[in-house]
Design a protein around this ligand. Structure first.
Ligand SMILES: [Ca+2]
Ligand SMILES: [Ca+2]
Length: 186
């Protein structure tokens, strides 16, 4: 059974799932009737100084693969119309560049400021981590009503601590847009 993490909770992936190497991070969302939101899942791979080692370590709909080949975005989904995971990120943990200390997972709403969209327009949204090899879900995190007035959220991050990968369910909502994150980490 998957572990459901509460906001702020930490999970030591390396210790609890020692065989875990390839993970799939899936984002799924459903809209309330009459609205159409485009959610985007993005990844910031940061060095010890909290910055991108190079621009290409920002993986999103216009840069689908990190330079070390460890993180891959499977492509933009603009409607969330299907069941299950609407956007997916694949990460091969042993391939993550040794200089990368944190891997941040961000969900943002495309052009939220222009279209006046926020998470309150969603019926439901979740993020989950799956073991690619066993197809087993190891973690699930439900993005719920607490982000109602937000347009973006840092839902979680992988942190390298003493060689172990820890997953932190950050759950930090904001309204800075994807560009706001780029400005902070570039
Ligand atoms: Ca999208
Ligand atoms: Ca969906």
């Amino acid at each position: 059974m998957a572990i459901s993490l509460k906001k702020g909770g930490t999970f030591n992936l390396s210790k609890k799932e020692p065989a875990l190497k390839k993970i799939m991070v899936g984002l799924g969302w459903e809209m309330k009737p009459g609205v159409s939101l485009d959610l985007d899942c993005s990844v910031f791979m940061l060095g010890g100084n909290g910055k991108l080692p190079a621009d290409e370590f920002f993986v999103f709909y216009n840069n689908l693969k990190s330079p070390d080949g460890s993180v891959q975005h499977t492509g933009d989904n603009r409607t969330g119309a299907d069941e299950g995971d609407d956007e997916m990120i694949l990460a091969n943990l042993p391939l993550v560049h040794p200089n990368v200390q944190e891997v941040l997972f961000i969900v943002s709403i495309h052009e939220a400021d222009i279209r006046r969209h926020n998470f309150g327009m969603l019926k439901e949204a979740y993020i989950r981590i799956m073991d690619v090899e066993t197809k087993r879900e190891v973690l699930r995190y439900d993005l719920d009503a607490e982000f109602m007035t937000n347009t973006d959220v840092e839902f979680g991050k992988l942190q390298r601590i003493d060689g172990d990968w820890n997953f932190v369910a950050s759950g930090l909502g904001s309204n800075k847009g994807l560009q706001g994150f780029v400005d902070a980490f570039a």
